[in-house]
Design a protein around this ligand. Structure first.
Ligand SMILES: Nc1ncnc2c1ncn2[C@@H]1O[C@H](COP(=O)(O)OP(=O)(O)OP(=O)(O)O)[C@@H](O)[C@H]1O
Ligand SMILES: [Mg+2]
Length: 212
């Protein structure tokens, strides 16, 4: 189970897809799932959360909707895939809730963690790639890709800075699981590095399992 985290436009989806392709080429069965989303219910929730600008969604409700989508994703897709021996690649996971709803929207972090543990059955990824990128570059990339071209207000800049420090804090507290990658490097350099980390990790896991 591999998760990608990082701010909007940092390159998570790009790297998740690259990794999936390379694992596929090596004959390692895998699937990319996005959070929120990944199931019919989750995609409905995703639509509510990300594309319904007519709705006012308060931070707590927002967090619980993300969690509901995540609970469905784990039960309906991730657990069965893992049981079938597939590698699951998550495009975001609950660390995003810690960073966005916790550090960004100031919901207490311990509450986010305990609800997230409940929603996911405590399922943790073997490895989390945190794609780090400065805010200006991330926003520029999203604009170039034709998304959210409007200028950010001060409050929004403050928010994203808090989100960035939230991700940093997640990585600092769980160094055995997190790998920080420099999202400003060329796409192929990043994907090469990620692929090497993943194959090493798979090798180590196999050795641990075979150890007496
Ligand atoms: N290393 C890179 N160098 C330059 N451009 C990149 C790099 N990685 C991704 N991009 C481009 O930046 C844009 C955003 O990338 P991507 O969609 O992968 O980010 P994301 O983290 O998934 O964003 P979101 O959180 O909005 O889903 C895309 O147009 C992508 O092609
Ligand atoms: Mg994406």
């Amino acid at each position: 189970m591999i998760a990608f985290e990082g701010i909007d436009g940092s390159g998570k989806t790009t790297q998740a897809m690259e990794l999936s392709k390379r694992l596929e080429e090596e004959g390692i069965p895998n699937e990319v799932v996005r959070d929120p989303g990944g199931t019919r219910l989750g995609e409905g929730v995703r639509e509510l959360l990300l594309h319904r600008s007519d709705l006012i969604i308060r931070p707590l409700a927002e967090f619980l909707l993300f969690s509901a989508s995540r609970a469905q994703l784990i039960e309906e897709k991730v657990t069965p895939m893992i049981q079938a021996g597939k590698t699951v690649i998550l495009d975001r996971y609950f660390y995003s809730s810690i960073a966005y709803q916790g550090f960004g929207r100031h919901i207490p972090i311990d509450e986010i963690e305990s609800v997230s543990r409940f929603a996911t059955g405590g399922l943790l990824p073997d490895i989390v790639f945190l794609v780090e990128l400065d805010l200006d570059t991330a926003m520029k990339r999203r604009e170039d890709a034709g998304r959210q071209a409007d200028r950010m207000e001060d409050a929004e800049i403050r928010f994203f800075k808090d989100v960035i420090s939230g991700f940093k804090e997640c990585a600092r507290r769980d160094p055995g699981r997190f790998v920080i990658v420099d999202g400003s490097a060329p796409i192929v350099n990043i994907s090469e590095r990620i692929y090497n980390d993943v194959t090493n990790r798979i090798k180590n896991l196999a050795e641990e399992r075979n150890a007496p």
